[in-house]
Design a protein around this ligand. Sequence first.
Ligand SMILES: Cc1cc2nc3c(=O)[nH]c(=O)nc-3n(C[C@H](O)[C@H](O)[C@H](O)COP(=O)(O)OP(=O)(O)OC[C@H]3O[C@@H](n4cnc5c(N)ncnc54)[C@H](O)[C@@H]3O)c2cc1C
Length: 485
Amino acid sequence: MAKVLILGAGVAGHTAALHAKRMLGKENEIIVISPNSKYNWIPSNIWVGVGKMSADQVTFPLAPVYAKKGITFHQALAQEIHPEGDATTDSGFVQVTYTDSARNGEVAKIEYDFLVNATGPKLNFAATPGLGPDGHTVSVCTYGHAIEAAHSLKEVISVMKTGKRQAIAIGVGHGTCTCEGAAFEYTFNVEHELRAAGVRDLADITYITNEYELGDFGVGGMVFSQQGFQTSSKMWTESLFRERNIKAILGAHVEKIEPNEVHYELVDGTKDILKFDFAMLLPPFRGVDLKAFDKSGADISEKIFAPSGFMKVDADYSGKPYEEWLASDWPKTYRNPLYPNVFAVGIAFAPPHQISKPRKSPNGTLIAPSPPRTGMPSGIMGKTAILSIRELIKSGNGASVASASMSDMGAACVASAGTGLRGGSAASMTMYPVVPDYVKYPNTGRSTDDTYGEIGLAGHWIKLLLHYMFIYKAKGRFGWFLIPE
Ligand SMILES: Cc1cc2nc3c(=O)[nH]c(=O)nc-3n(C[C@H](O)[C@H](O)[C@H](O)COP(=O)(O)OP(=O)(O)OC[C@H]3O[C@@H](n4cnc5c(N)ncnc54)[C@H](O)[C@@H]3O)c2cc1C
């Protein structure tokens, strides 16, 4: 019997856990470690952040799902990985600290034969002084943050209802942030809510981003096919912003936040201040605080993790110049090169380089959107790791393992506003592949047939449908595995 230990119960880890139970069955033990008692369908936090969905609609308790499936669940925080064991055991193990009320603070060692690190991001608010819910801005990264954001938004709306103008800032809070698509979607939603509340005329909305151009989204922008014509995500997004009278500050690194003020530097080195009454700025991500130790107890974290804290996998980390990177530098199997029974999937794996061109201001400030690892690729990676583990259990170390590179994978982004069936609208984009492959697609790096953008109610319906479908799937209900990642 093999022990498959999965760290994290988000999109990648939870998908991996459900597939592991289904594929590896009764003979093997599937164990999940995650510090939160609940699953959170994060994409719908956007709707929580404008007061259109409740926390209960985007979360559910994990323990009953795992109990029903026969998956062992430890509500705990993984802190140390010991891939070679220690003086007492030759088996790899993870040291965890429990977070549930019964065992809070208790430390334990959990052994594994195969480890899947799906711990997602550490929300690194600390990188920008004053950023985040402990500072002066709100966030929608967790459902708790999103509830606070909705309260703050309600407050500025009530101020506007007294006839007073309010300044709204939405975007990313550091030059190296990722997830610009989420900030873009939240901008749309807030604008929609302000119109619905009848106060749009009293709001000055500014989108502040590290993207050099609108429509970059951390993937270097896209060339779309739209109704038979080609257009760029830049033109498309610019027209959406113009139609909605939303200003944009581009190529910005947010240096610090002070009460009602965003201090930022632009790519050209100039510095300025954006005043706000309400600001939702996403934090930069880094790997969670995991350390690794060898059998003697020596700290090997630097060998296993990249400087960003994300785990190294089968990617090219040689650090070659941006202009020289290739789609083939991206990982395929998500196995750690030193410990091939250890996988890192979803946001937890270290990308080999940026997809968007990184830039430096004359002052040496890096303004470089990080590559997004969105829901669909994260789920696919989780499943891929399990397919590989199945082969490794069956055929041993020489088995041929599964592969799923982001340079051979599509992604969809639906920025939807409003939650009703008739009042919503969405900007929907799909791209294939996520990581451009200029060898295969010399002109744009992507297939223009499979990369497109669409505006309208249909995209909004899809987003709403995806919300219910993915929660159904995550609950492991009848036929869940038929719903694609
Ligand atoms: C506001 C917002 C909106 C988004 N909208 C979209 C969208 O519309 N479409 C889309 O495709 N993507 C969207 N994304 C991105 C999507 O949420 C991520 O791609 C996805 O959540 C990544 O999955 P993951 O499993 O890697 O990380 P997560 O889903 O963040 O899961 C990480 C898990 O690890 C756990 N964990 C953390 N530390 C530890 C530890 N030390 N030990 C054990 N467990 C740990 C966490 O509690 C969590 O359960 C959005 C993201 C945000 C923030």
